[in-house]
Design a protein around this ligand. Structure first.
Ligand SMILES: *Cc1c(COP(=O)(O)O)cnc(C)c1O
Length: 466
């Protein structure tokens, strides 16, 4: 064994101890760490001939790279839809690295860590009150979850014409209908060979809505003259957290032949609260659902899962199977994740979620969801009192707003840059119904009313200096 490796091996406990202490220092100080910074590096460094060993590498990391780190898992990082990581999720994440299992088959000679993934998906179905007619698995994010689900949808579409698109490529143009798809779904259409421009836009409901208009959807369906299609619907659009009417879509399933996909990356968590579960009423009728865990479930990146109806397992295997060997008998009997997801080798990605769900239970997540939404409303009210206006109603956890008055439209970007440069808070620019706006998303378990107060003070100050 190389002598530096041998030295590290002998010193393992000390190395991990130092690393743990560094983690504790970061997490205990997270409120004071800026949400943005101007520090930069020249991302080139000479690969040394002789290794430094872990402790020296840690020193170099701390000198050169650690200053790049911002407080994105902290309580005032409201950009995009970004969660943090709870203590239990970090336990699971650390152990996933320590155990370093390749999570593939449920009946494997070398280990059956896929059983942990099965159990975790089952816990998630309970959390979200979804039936076990869904099978699921972990992927790196909602983008890959959309990719997985839409990949199966593509195969389903081919089967309606007795074609095997996975084997022979797409030979019939695929009909996609959607109203306000997330950019990642559009990217998936590109990846899947469908084409990122090849979808039909369904109108949204009149007024301040991003949800699809059911009457227009039915009209667009009728123009297809009975041809099958794939519907990409939304449970939580990023700007206004709007939801399509799932009960109405479920009713259409009885009349027309289509694959129904729901992108519920963060909005799916509405299901855990009595106050908000009406938003997802009827969603169990979907063929596939996308949900992110590294957002509202507050586990570290990279964690999301897909759900696809059990009945479609053969289509999923046809799409993602790693060998051309035909399945004999029941495909669930020798279930292997490498035949149903894009990746072959995968870490024990379910573990952070398993620990989180066990540690905090249904109530813990209900509280996170309801606290986030209460803070969003609180922030919205404070905005209205302070020279800002809401661009969209606050339905859940996202607040989409702008500077008050048409004449201030040109100042929005300048205001947001100045605000983000304070390092006290981070928000994202957006355009909503033709207006320049700003989006603040409440997802982090650490955020409190005091953070909202602090941010409002900061915003007033930046505004007064504009
Ligand atoms: C964040 C998000 C995505 C993409 O998720 P990643 O985890 O970044 O891949 C897709 N859809 C919606 C609605 C989202 O909010």
């Amino acid at each position: 064994m190389n002598s530096i490796l041998q030295h590290d091996l002998n010193n393992f406990e000390n190395i991990l101890e130092k690393t743990k202490q560094q983690g504790v220092d970061f997490l205990n100080n997270i409120e004071n760490i800026p949400t943005s910074n101007t520090y930069s590096i020249d991302p080139k460094t000479v690969l040394n001939e002789l290794g430094l060993g872990s402790i020296e590498a840690l020193k170099e990391f701390n000198e050169r790279l650690a200053p790049l780190i911002v407080s994105s898992p902290g309580p005032r990082y409201w950009g995009f839809v970004t969660g943090g990581s709870t203590p239990a999720s970090i336990v699971g994440d650390w152990l996933a690295s320590v155990y370093d299992q390749n999570t593939q088959a449920v009946k494997a000679q070398g280990g059956a860590s896929a059983l942990i993934e099965f159990e975790t998906i089952n816990l998630l179905l309970q959390l979200l009150e979804l039936p076990d007619s869904f099978l699921g698995g972990f992927v790196t994010g909602a983008t890959m979850s959309n990719f997985t689900a839409l990949g199966v949808a593509r195969q389903w579409f081919g089967k309606q014409f007795e074609k095997d698109f996975a084997k022979n490529g797409i030979s019939v143009p695929i009909n996609i209908l959607t109203a306000t798809p997330h950019s990642s779904s559009v990217k998936c259409l590109s990846l899947l060979g469908i084409g990122s421009q090849n979808y039909t836009v369904v109108k949204t409901i009149e007024g301040n809505r991003e949800a699809l208009d059911i009457a227009d959807l039915e009209e667009k369906i009728k123009t297809l003259n009975g041809k099958p299609f794939i519907l990409i619907s939304s449970a939580g659009t990023v700007n206004s957290a709007d939801f399509d009417d799932f009960e109405a879509i479920a009713a259409l399933k009885g009349k027309y032949n289509f694959w129904w996909h729901i992108d519920a990356a963060f909005g799916g968590f509405a299901a855990v609260s009595e106050k908000y579960k009406h938003y997802v009423k009827g969603w169990e009728g979907a063929d596939s659902i996308t949900i992110d865990c590294h957002k509202w479930l507050n586990v570290p990146y990279e964690s999301a899962f897909y759900l696809v109806k059990r009945d479609h397992i053969n289509l999923q295997i046809e799409t993602f199977q790693n060998s051309n060997a035909p399945y004999l008998g029941n495909p669930l009997e020798n279930f292997n994740y490498l035949n149903v997801v894009p990746e072959n080798s995968r870490r024990l990605r379910a573990l952070p979620v398993w620990f989180s769900l066990k540690a905090y239970g249904k109530e813990g997540f209900r509280d996170i969801i309801e606290d986030s939404t209460a803070l969003a409303l609180h922030f919205g009210n404070a905005l209205i009192e302070n020279d800002f206006e809401l661009l969209a109603p606050i339905r859940l956890n996202n607040v989409c707003f702008t500077l008050k008055g048409e004449h201030n439209q040109e100042k929005v970007s300048q205001f947001l840059s100045a605000l983000n440069d304070t390092g006290k808070v981070f928000m994202t620019p957006t355009v909503y119904q033709g207006k320049k706006g700003i989006r603040a998303s409440f997802v982090n378990w650490r955020t409190t009313e005091n953070d909202v107060k602090l941010v409002i003070e900061e915003m007033r100050e930046v505004l007064s200096e504009l």
